[in-house]
Design a protein around this ligand. Structure first.
Ligand SMILES: [Mg+2]
Length: 116
């Protein structure tokens, strides 16, 4: 049986929560949806994720920083007015067609253009 529409794992609910956050702080009117600024914020959060790994912080701390980045990613879809849910599934379909290779001991899924 399907969960109710208010489920916390619903993409729609997540997007509405981020939209409400943008509206509450008037992001659009006050530069919070400007892309250069958003890229800097996303880089900042990626650095915080990195610090969790390199400093051996807890899984909970890592989860919080990944959530920070996810909220910024959802907000970027709002700022730039694209359907991130559709983009996700379109990209997963492409990735599903690709081959993987072991590169320097690690798996890599790519088109491997201009490579033997
Ligand atoms: Mg953070």
């Amino acid at each position: 049986m399907n969960k109710p529409a208010t489920s916390k794992d619903s993409w729609k609910q997540m997007m509405e929560a981020v939209q409400a956050f943008h509206d509450k702080h008037q992001f659009r009117e006050n530069g919070g949806e400007e892309m250069n600024y958003r890229i800097a914020l996303m880089a900042e959060e990626l650095g915080e994720i990195s610090a969790c790994v390199t400093k051996g912080k807890s899984r909970e701390a890592l989860a919080e920083e990944v959530a920070d980045l996810l909220i910024l990613l959802l907000g970027t879809a709002i700022a730039q007015d694209f359907d991130l849910n559709q983009a996700f599934w379109d990209k997963m379909e492409k990735l599903d067609q690709r081959q993987s290779r072991i590169v320097n001991g690690r798996v890599r899924v790519s088109e491997f253009r201009d490579m033997k």
